[in-house]
Design a protein around this ligand. Structure first.
Ligand SMILES: *Cc1c(COP(=O)(O)O)cnc(C)c1O
Length: 379
C-alpha cells in the first residue's frame, strides 16, 4: 500500500471559480449582495427565517451567546466531547463553561444530566451535534423553556441532519455552522448563524460588524451618510468572496450528503462481525449529516491503530479527546481524569476514517483492509 490516501478533499471547482469572477467584476468584495444571497439560500435549506454570515463558527457561537445576553460570571452548559472552540466561545463571552457527560451510544450531550447542572447563574446550553447526528433537541428545548434559559446549537458537523422532523436552528434559539476547510461545505474559513427570531437576527447583524449601523455595501448603494455605533461589536462579517464560494455548494449539498452516506454505510457493513469496532447509534430514524465517519475501538488500542494505519499511508483522526483534559482547561478549571468518564472513554476509543464525497471506493477498501489486519494483529 504505497498510494497516499487523503483524509478529506474539498470538491470546489469551475462553478466556484466562476462565482468568484463575478464578485471580482463587482464593486464590493466585503459583505454585500452575494452574502445576502447566500444567507437566503442557507436559511431556506434549513427551514429557518434568518441566516447571518460570519467568519467562523467560533465567532458565531460567541455572538450567539452575546445576543442571548450572556455576560461575565454566567454559566453555559455544554459537552466536553467536542472541538475546543465550543468551550472557548463561552470563555470569549466572559462566561464559564459547565460540562456534563455524554450519552454512551451517541457521544452527544446527555440531556438527562442537564437539570442537575442548572444553577441560578445558568444562561444557556450549547449542545453539539457530534459527527452529524443531532442531539435530543425536543428534550433540550423543553428543559430550557422550563428554566428560562437559551439554547445555541453547535451545528458545525450538521448542516444536513434531521431528527424528530427538526433541523438545526428550528428548536434552538440559534444554531451555528462552520465553513472551515474540512467541513461539509467550505469557504476555507467561514460560518453562519441561523435563527427564527427577528430580534436575534437584528442583534447579530450589528454584533458581527463593529456594532455599527452601516457598511460598505450601504455606502455603495446610497452614497455616504453618517453611521452610528450602537453597541459594542466584533469583526466577524462574512465577505462576498466567501459567499461566492459557498453558493454553488448549496446546489450540491444533498448529492454530496448521499455520496458521504454511501461511503459511511459501506464502512459499517465492511466491519460487520468485527467485534472490536462500534459505531455511534442513530436515534429515532435521524438523518445523519455524516461530517465524519467515526468508529469507536474499545480496549484503548486506538493510538496503536492510528500509528499502524499511518505507516501504511492511511490518515486517521481523533474527534475528540475531551476538552476538560486539555492542559488549558485542566490547569485553569482543575478538571481531572474521571470527571466525565463517558466522554473520556470515547476520547480513548474514537477514530475517524477518511471520508469525502469523491473518495474512490478503492481507498475505502484499502482503509477497511488495513483496519481489519491491524485489529486482528492487536488481538
Ligand atoms: C469546526 C468546529 C468548530 C469551529 O468552527 P470554525 O468555523 O473553525 O470556528 C466548532 N465546533 C465544532 C464541533 C467543530 O467541529
Amino acid at each position: 500500500m504505497k498510494t497516499r490516501i487523503p483524509f478529506f478533499h474539498h470538491d470546489l471547482g469551475e462553478a466556484e471559480l466562476e462565482a468568484i469572477r463575478q464578485v471580482f467584476a463587482g464593486p464590493i468584495l466585503t459583505t454585500g449582495a452575494t452574502v445576502l444571497e447566500f444567507e437566503r439560500a442557507f436559511a431556506s435549506y434549513l427551514g429557518c427565517r434568518h441566516a447571518i454570515g460570519v467568519t467562523s463558527c467560533t465567532g458565531g457561537l460567541h455572538l450567539a451567546l452575546l445576543a442571548l445576553g450572556v455576560k461575565p460570571g454566567d454559566e453555559v452548559i455544554t459537552t466536553p466531547m467536542s472541538f475546543v472552540a465550543t468551550a472557548t466561545a463561552i470563555l470569549q463571552a466572559g462566561a464559564v463553561p459547565v460540562f456534563i457527560d455524554v450519552e454512551p451510544d451517541t457521544g452527544n450531550l446527555d440531556a438527562t444530566r442537564i437539570e442537575s447542572a442548572i444553577t441560578s447563574k445558568t444562561r444557556a446550553i450549547i449542545p453539539v451535534h457530534l459527527y452529524g447526528l443531532m442531539c435530543d433537541m425536543l428534550k433540550i428545548r423543553e428543559i430550557a423553556d422550563c428554566h428560562g434559559i437559551g439554547v445555541v446549537e453547535d451545528a458545525a458537523h450538521c448542516i444536513e441532519g434531521v431528527r424528530d422532523g427538526y433541523r438545526p436552528g428550528q428548536l434552538g434559539d440559534m444554531a451555528c455552522f462552520s465553513f472551515y476547510a474540512t467541513k461539509n461545505i467550505t469557504s476555507g474559513e467561514g460560518g453562519a448563524i441561523v435563527t427564527n427570531s427577528e430580534e436575534l437576527d437584528a442583534k447579530l447583524r450589528l454584533l458581527r460588524h463593529h456594532g455599527v449601523t452601516k457598511g460598505a455595501a450601504d455606502r455603495e448603494r446610497n452614497g455616504y451618510s453618517h453611521w452610528d455605533m450602537e453597541v459594542m461589536g466584533w469583526k466577524y462579517n462574512m465577505d462576498n468572496i466567501q459567499a461566492a464560494l459557498l453558493l454553488p455548494q448549496m446546489k450540491r449539498i444533498e448529492t454530496n450528503l448521499a455520496l458521504r452516506n454511501r461511503h459511511a454505510l459501506l464502512y459499517q457493513e465492511s466491519f460487520a462481525g468485527i467485534e472490536k469496532i462500534h459505531w455511534p447509534t442513530s436515534r429515532n430514524g435521524a438523518v445523519h449529516a455524516h461530517h465524519l465517519s467515526t468508529a469507536w475501538v474499545p480496549g484503548y488500542h486506538r493510538d496503536q491503530v492510528i500509528n499502524e494505519l499511518s505507516k501504511q499511508g492511511i490518515p486517521a483522526m481523533v474527534n475528540y479527546r475531551p476538552i476538560h483534559l486539555t492542559s488549558y482547561f485542566s490547569n485553569t478549571f482543575g478538571y481531572k481524569v474521571g470527571d466525565f468518564p463517558v466522554a473520556e472513554r470515547i476520547g480513548n476509543e474514537t477514530i475517524s476514517l477518511p471520508l469525502y464525497p469523491a473518495m474512490p471506493d478503492s481507498h475505502r477498501d484499502a482503509v477497511v483492509q488495513a483496519m481489519i489486519d491491524c485489529l486482528q494483529a492487536l488481538n
